[in-house]
Design a protein around this ligand. Structure first.
Ligand code: UGA
Length: 434
């Protein structure tokens, strides 16, 4: 199939590369010329395991990037994979979605034949019906369900495993309009995903547009709340000297709870959970509903970095002392620092007057933009040398192997927010929930 993807962020680039690899012809549209030329040179614009290889393999043949919306006229399907950031109140900003929808509509005005517009971005319920459809209709002069079709197909990929998640999804959610237009959209989407479903057994959920939009938020809100719940229980465990990981292993055996996403620690970050939980809270409040449990999930998440710092305070006063922060990315496998729990931890250390030295295998340059004035080390060993304390904020595998490196600390106080340090002997070691 001829497919266009608008937006070359995490979702757009991964989707385009994976669909090209599945045998379709892809054109990826982005306004950023640098990103476009990178993709055309066969280089992934983001750090994501396996993505560089796919882009290198298909660039120039089945995958092409462009800044020109005109190129979507030759495609059958257009995915909108544009950012939907939230403002301070949690409301999602639809400026990019409106602009993208308008540009697609302008092209459709000149196009004969069927075209399916698919919303991939995370948008609150009714956005596809009330914002995307009217915008495309106005720009194209055509009516949804007649001149073009529309669908909502949320993405569940995780950063760090985006390619794998896109190639081997648990589920594919297809939200469509009622009636013949919906059936047509489903047929087209089945054709898009056919090569992926042929190689991998995923559940396909066929539903309405606003249901698909809600499924995405419910998925992320559930997972974020699950982590906050295990963090809350973990904090109680710590008060009793109980190891929260032992408790999590046991409760995870109940199939209704399940063993996944029960790693308690310094909390959740990233570009999705904080934004999406805030957005669905805001959307619920706009409807006059108070989502108290979700608000508590956010509050627990904000407390975790403070608890990590509080544990540090019980062992040492760090004013004027070198303190290592191990892990700057919001999770392992990515250089993304958005809403990383390392950020409030570093802020707390700066407030305490510490000389902070950060280390991360890939996220240092991104964190340097956020905190230009702290020191950055090239290795965990270099960060630990002479440090009076170390705080662990990301569960990178390489931290598990740290051992003799702790002997170079001036004072071996280690506060672990991710249950990743294996050495305990000779350290003043505290786990956040164990
Ligand atoms: C999340 C969802 O997992 C994806 O399904 C979704 O598509 C994506 O958001 C999105 O909406 O785009 P992601 O943000 O990449 O993916 O990362 P996760 O692996 O879910 O981790 C999120 C945060 O939770 C990280 O800070 C991680 O350290 C933390 N976490 C995760 C825990 O603290 N404990 C756990 O047990 C699991």
């Amino acid at each position: 199939m001829q497919i266009s993807v608008i937006g070359s962020g995490y979702v757009g680039t991964t989707l385009a590369a994976v669909l090209a690899d599945a045998g379709h012809d892809l054109v990826n549209v982005d306004l950023d010329e640098e990103i476009v030329s990178q993709i055309n040179d066969g280089v992934a614009p983001i750090f994501e395991p396996g993505l560089d290889e796919l882009v290198a393999e298909h660039a120039g043949t089945q995958l092409r990037a462009t800044t020109d919306y005109d190129d979507i006229a030759d495609t059958d399907v257009t995915f909108l994979a544009l950012p939907t950031p939230t403002d301070d109140e949690g409301k999602i900003d639809l400026a990019a979605m409106r602009a993208g929808s308008r540009s697609v509509g302008e092209i459709l005005a000149e196009k004969d034949g069927d075209h399916l517009v698919v919303v991939k971005s995370t948008v609150v319920p009714t956005t596809t019906e009330e914002v995307v459809v009217p915008t495309v209709e106005e720009a194209s002069g055509k009516t949804a369900g007649e001149g073009f079709d529309v669908a909502m197909n949320p993405e569940f990929l995780r950063e760090g495993t985006a390619v794998y998640d896109c190639q081997e999804p648990d589920k594919i959610v297809l939200g469509v309009q009622d009636g013949a237009a919906g059936e047509r959209a489903l047929d087209t989407l089945h054709e898009v995903y056919e090569p992926i479903l042929a190689d991998h057994d995923a559940s396909v959920v066929e539903t309405g547009l606003r249901e698909a939009e809600m499924i995405k938020y419910a998925n992320n809100a559930f997972l974020a709340a699950k982590i906050s719940l295990i963090n809350e229980l973990g904090n109680i465990c710590k008060e009793y000297g109980v190891d929260a990981y032992e408790v999590a292993d046991a409760i995870g055996l109940d199939h209704r709870i399940g063993p996944h996403f029960l790693r308690s620690g310094v909390g959740w970050g990233g570009s999705c959970f904080p934004k999406d939980v805030a957005a669905i809270i805001h959307a619920a409040r706009e409807k006059g509903y108070a989502p108290e449990l979700l608000e508590a999930a956010v509050a627990v998440n904000e407390r975790q970095p403070q608890r990590l710092l509080g544990l540090l305070d019980t062992h040492t006063d760090v004013a004027g002392k070198r303190v290592a922060v191990l892990g700057l990315a919001f999770k392992p496998g990515t250089d993304d620092i958005r809403e990383s729990r390392a950020i409030p931890v570093i802020e707390g250390l700066i407030e305490r007057g510490a000389d902070v030295v950060g280390y991360d295998p890939v996220a240092t340059e991104n964190m340097r933009e956020h905190f230009p004035d702290i020191e950055y080390a090239d290795s965990a060993a270099a960060a630990l040398e002479g440090a009076h304390a170390a705080l662990v904020t990301t569960d990178w595998d390489e931290f598990e192997a740290l051992d003799g490196e702790f002997d170079a600390m001036a004072d071996p106080v280690v506060i672990d927010g991710r249950r990743v340090i294996e050495r305990r002997d000779g350290l003043t070691y505290e786990g956040i929930t164990w």
